[in-house]
Design a protein around this ligand. Structure first.
Ligand SMILES: [Zn+2]
Length: 295
């Protein structure tokens, strides 16, 4: 079982004699906070948990401040699944589903559609988006195809999730270097990692997984880093949304029910605006002292 300091962590490792990098993630409280109160059926819940672990792993490869979003949309039983991960190692996400979701290969669960990965650096660099069709039996397979097709990165990912936790392991081949001593390392470590079971992924800390799989290799484990659930919603953002909605529409809603209530779909946080609040929202929008907000 995991000890407290091993829960909700991301941990990187490197092989000494080969250009292969690795990353392990364990989501515990963060996963339960993200998934509770949504009533997800087990199939949807487990896929969302895998998506959470995968986003944490992929975001850890970003070399700048910003946000990575994985989004899959299709015409299947799970028409939308989305997960955002920031360089501060915070995550939020959600899924929509139709009744009666049964276990099935990924392409069938999501249906005909696409998987997009969007990277939004906070400053300086351009927003980037890559899109692939939904292919493969599992999310890990689909993401591996994506990384190979759009990024030319040879990557292997293992994911697992249940009601209590979500976990993942990533191995990535780095560009070959001249001083490589061990050319066969990539094939060998992938072969070894393929022996990991979903149970082991969930129940062993990253150090334990590395020991279990690679005890005959020279591996350097870095310090583990904390990771958490955090929603980026705020009253100010909801106010922006109401401004976009327009003063007439908001007044119409206020005539019907006295307060406009908006609940964040990611974290269930309710935001209520009564007539006085609404006046302020629209007054602020027209005040010459307030520069227009940009997004
Ligand atoms: Zn929220």
């Amino acid at each position: 079982m995991l000890r407290d300091h091993e829960r909700d962590t991301l941990q990187r490792f490197l092989f000494d004699h080969a250009p292969v990098r690795g990353e392990g993630v364990h989501l515990d409280t963060s996963w339960r906070v993200l998934s509770e109160h949504h009533g997800y059926p087990p199939v949807v819940r487990d896929l969302l948990g895998e998506m959470m672990a995968a986003s944490a792993l992929l975001a850890s490869t970003l070399k700048f401040d910003g946000r990575l979003t994985i989004q899959a949309q299709g015409d299947g039983h799970i028409p939308l699944i989305i997960m955002e991960a920031t360089s501060e190692r915070t995550l939020r996400g959600l899924a929509h589903w139709r009744d009666n979701v049964q276990p099935a290969p990924l392409a069938e669960l999501l249906g005909k559609g696409y998987l997009a990965i969007t990277i939004e650096p906070r400053q300086g660099r351009e927003r980037y988006q890559g899109i692939v069709g939904i292919e493969g039996d599992t999310l890990a397979e689909c993401l591996q195809n994506y990384l190979l097709q759009s990024e030319q990165l040879d990557t292997h990912i293992w994911l697992a999730a249940d009601n209590y936790q979500a976990a993942g392991l990533l191995l990535q081949k780095m560009p070959e270097q001249d001083q490589v001593e061990d050319h066969d390392c990539w094939n060998r470590v992938v072969h070894l990692a393929n022996t990991i079971t979903p149970r082991e992924l969930l129940e062993l800390p990253t150090a334990g997984i590395v020991h279990r799989l690679f005890h005959e290799e020279d591996v350097r484990l870095f310090d583990s880093l904390p990771i958490s659930f955090r929603c980026s919603c705020s009253r100010e953002r909801v106010a922006d949304m109401l401004r976009n909605f327009g003063i007439d529409e908001v007044h119409k809603l206020l005539d019907e029910q006295n307060t406009v209530e908006v609940t964040c779909e990611y974290c269930n946080q309710p935001y209520a605006f009564d007539r006085v609040d609404a006046e302020q929202v629209f007054a602020a929008a027209h005040s010459p002292d307030t520069p227009p907000t940009q997004h």
